[in-house]
Design a protein around this ligand. Structure first.
Ligand code: NAD
Length: 313
């Protein structure tokens, strides 16, 4: 029986899942947090460890669970998967992680779960598509972290460049969470003023902005090469998305949303801003892209569609 309050399940208690669980406890977002992984000792150890934190945060029930515990959960966050190895692209992970996704969704749905699924496992756009297909849940209630982390990386880089709080930078990374992603520099603003005007003041050319995009898109490799995995950034992105759901915020966040016509695309999960509330994706926000950016969106979608078609052929 769920305690009065929010119940969240995290599947995958590795670097990302455990950082997410820790951040959820710190931000006091869920009264009941269930941790699931094939590595049972790790989930039991983490539950005991996190329980100690509740002497300093609001009281909570945190435990190592099973899929049956998900039956009355509002939200399941999936971070289970094989991690990206140095030099390995996210797309090479497809086959391995599709099998893992199936082994998670089947018992999850058998529990009677009828909430929202947020996927972070890579390649996230494909894994999100798979989670929706395997679960049969409405497309608005299954979505991915998409370009959430990438957008935060871009905002951090631009915030440093223009000496403003990254939260004041209204710029997005769109497209695949991966090598074909791009920034909406043509529409991006800081305080209502075009980002390109700030760039011009700072004598930055379009090539300089592309370099910032390149560094943003490759930051994961920089981190993985140094410490083997990235997790604090993505865990915080996932907590931000979770808060928008659990508090019914109607927050505009970059996520991997299902497109049904926006950007001229359909039957695809891809990075775009969307309104997130207690129902999941309440609305996809279609940015009116410049012609060059639109070409990049189409190219990114083509990359994803090819992989999805191969995987589900
Ligand atoms: P990790 O290896 O530390 O953790 C993965 C966990 O999944 C392990 O604990 C493993 O036991 C568990 N697992 C494997 N198969 C399982 C199954 N069938 N059922 C339940 N649990 C299972 O990896 P990590 O660094 O935490 O990364 C996890 C995933 O998140 C990877 O796919 C990684 O690429 C992805 N990731 C995504 C983003 C993003 O922006 N979307 C960022 C970082 C990492």
């Amino acid at each position: 029986m769920a305690l009065k309050g929010h119940k969240v399940v995290v599947v995958g208690d590795g670097a990302v899942g455990s950082a997410y669980a820790f951040a959820m406890v710190q931000q006091e977002l869920a009264e009941e947090l269930v941790i699931i992984d094939v590595f049972k000792d790790k989930t039991e150890g983490d539950a005991l460890d996190l329980e100690d934190a509740t002497a300093f945060t609001a009281p909570k029930k945190i435990y190592s669970g099973d899929y049956a515990d998900a039956h009355d959960a509002e939200l399941v966050v999936i971070t289970a998967g094989a991690p990206q190895k140095p030099g390995e692209t996210r797309l090479q992970l497809v086959d391995k992680n599709l099998k893992i996704m199936k082994s998670i969704i089947e018992p999850l749905m058998a529990s009677g779960f009828n909430g929202i699924i947020v996927v972070a496992a890579n390649p996230v756009d494909i894994m999100t598509y798979a989670a929706q297909k395997f679960s049969g849940l409405p497309k608005t209630r299954v979505f991915g972290s998409g370009t959430s982390l990438d957008t935060s990386r871009l905002r951090v880089a631009l915030g440093k460049q223009f000496k403003v709080d990254p939260r004041s930078v209204d710029a997005y990374i769109l497209g695949e969470h991966g090598d074909s992603e791009f920034a909406n520099y043509d529409e991006a603003v800081i305080g209502g003023r075009p980002l390109k005007a700030f760039a011009s003041d700072a004598k930055l050319t379009d090539a300089d902005l592309e370099k910032i995009l390149y560094q943003t898109a490759h930051k994961a490799y920089e981190i993985i090469n140094r410490k083997g995995a990235t997790y604090y950034g993505i865990a915080t992105s996932l907590v931000r998305i979770s808060r928008a759901i659990l508090r019914d915020e109607h927050a505009v966040l970059p996520v991997g949303a299902y497109l049904d016509g926006a950007y001229g695309l359909d039957d695809i999960y891809i990075g775009t801003p969307a309104v997130i509330d207690a129902q999941g994706v309440a609305k996809v926000i279609e940015i009116p892209l410049s012609p060059t950016e639109n070409e990049r969106m189409q190219a990114s979608a083509k990359t994803l569609k090819e992989i999805t078609n191969d995987a589900f052929a």
